[in-house]
Ligand binder design. Sequence first.
Ligand SMILES: [Zn+2]
Length: 320
Amino acid sequence: METINCNLCGSEDYRVVYSMPDRLYFKDEWFTVVECKSCGLGFVNPRPAYSEIFRYYPPSFYESFEKERNFHQRRYRTQAKFLTNIPRGKDKKSLLDVGCANGDFPRYMQNLGWQVEGVEVSPNSKPISDFKIYNQEFTDIPICEPYYDAITAWAVLEHVHNPMAYFQKAAEVLKVGGFFVFLVTNFESISSRCLFREDLPRHLYFYTEETVRKYLASSGLELIKSDYSDKIYPMHPVNWLRYYVYRHIKRCDLKWEDIPPTRIEYFNKHKINKSLGSNFRYAVSRSPFTLIDMILMPLFEKYQILSNNYGIVTYIATKP
Ligand SMILES: [Zn+2]
């Protein structure tokens, strides 16, 4: 484990936001999210060092790409729409997808006529042979000049140890007028900040639109658009009502210990499969209060999207 300063402004001054365990693999290992008092960047501190992080990404982490194929195919269609505004000439446009896992998104774009390449650092993802793949950190790839028309990073910048180096590398290898499109969680949303919806310690950094603007500005990039939506990945604000009750009636913060198990955790504990019946069994096992929380959640989620306060944001930046 290592203790770090703020990656964005270098400050050593931060406040604790919350603590929670690794929900997926090492349930008795706890991590703390802090917020830089100077610039507002959120990060896990202390955190597993780079040499320690791979144990938190076992092969099963990559299996969801195979198991939930329909979900991911829908996601690729939506992601592709973010690249349709790039002017297309006669030449094939080039795309680099950073953190491409098993390579399905670049493959999808290849079928749409793009020249694609990918970066994937994890040894636990599937081998790729149908397009150029760099099995190394994005910051270490041997391209050092403007080369790509588009760079994408879908849910990647939360995971990296040095986001500043990633933003700078994107600026270095992107052509003038090219697009850098990336999806991250939103540290301003209550889902990220208060409802324990982040995946610690795989998520190490938590951004707001303001900290994203600062990263882009210090790398020579410019924000064009922020898209707050659940179209690519959802971040359901589970326990949102509980949060408001604790905050306004009990007048205290919601702690990890106050959160009931999620549906999936309930299924795993009772060794049952996802089905209509098991969903019903889960629902009746909840308290009436938790049920109201669940029933009204989609409405609250819509409100979060409409008020630009959703837990997930896609940013589109360009190199002027
Ligand atoms: Zn800072």
